[in-house]
Design a protein around this ligand. Structure first.
Ligand code: ZN
Ligand code: FE
Length: 255
């Protein structure tokens, strides 16, 4: 039986996620931007937290932890490389490690670039990946600590997952990401129609995440650095993918 996935809006534009195994009743939380909405969702569903998986050290992904733990004394997992700047962990994780929730196991990827030591969690049986501020809907996180080689390699790991994978990213940035993406690929029909769908969803105050990896592959400029239109937009026709990625990332920083 696939795992149940719940998106929990937090703060002004963050998302946390709950993953629940209906057979065992076990529940995991991915990131803790803010305790109140997470506690309310758990209460409404009658779920108790067993595990908390942290993607990276930024405050807007960890700051609700102490308050959530008071109500739900779950085991806390986070990156080994990030452990010195994360709250106290029960278990540290690195690329290749496994997570287990009920009968399903998940894979840990290092997706450094936004930060060094940023993790993603992939559940192949349910087809869900938690990417936080690495791969985002129509974009990727700002490159605060990593370098283009690293960030490009991280995004390529995620791009290689099956197209039907559900991408659970960390923020509602899709509207501005879409405006930028259109400056890179104004002729991409899939992008134009996605941006229209995003506008309609936001007009109804609906989240635009999670998204499907296949949509990201068709519309997200950071996954399309091999496309001639993307290369031309940053003045690097036939350019090396890492150089094109770096140029697109820089253009977004200045957008
Ligand atoms: Zn972040
Ligand atoms: Fe964030």
């Amino acid at each position: 039986m696939p795992l149940d996935l719940v998106t929990v809006p937090c703060l002004s534009d963050n998302y946390a996620y709950l993953l629940h195994d209906p057979e065992s009743g076990e529940t995991a939380l991915i990131d803790i931007p803010e305790a109140a909405p997470i506690l309310a969702e758990l209460e409404a569903r009658g779920w108790t937290l067993d595990q908390i998986w942290i993607t990276h050290h930024h405050d807007d992904h960890v700051q609700g932890l102490a308050e959530v733990l008071m109500a739900h004394p779950a085991k806390v997992y986070g990156g080994r490389g990030d452990a010195h700047r994360l709250p106290d962990l029960d278990f540290d994780l690195a690329e290749g490690d496994k997570l287990v929730l009920g009968g399903e196991s998940g894979e840990v990827f290092d997706v450094s670039g936004h930060t060094i030591g940023h993790l993603a969690f992939y559940f192949p049986d349910s087809g869900i990946v938690f990417t936080a501020d690495s791969l985002m809907a129509l974009g990727c996180g700002r490159m605060f600590e990593g370098n283009p080689e690293m960030f490009y390699a991280s995004l390529q790991k995620l791009a290689a997952l099956p197209g039907e994978t559900i991408v659970c990213s960390g923020h509602e940035y899709t509207t501005s990401n879409g405006k930028f993406a259109l400056t890179i690929e104004p002729g991409n029909a899939a992008l134009i129609s996605r941006v229209e769908q995003v506008a309609a969803a936001r007009a109804d105050a609906l989240p635009t995440v999670p998204s499907l990896l296949s949509e990201e592959l068709a519309t997200n400029p950071f996954l399309r650095v091999d496309q001639p239109e993307v290369q031309a937009a940053v003045g690097l026709p036939g350019g090396d993918p890492v150089a094109v990625f770096a140029a697109v990332r820089k253009a977004k920083d200045n957008f």
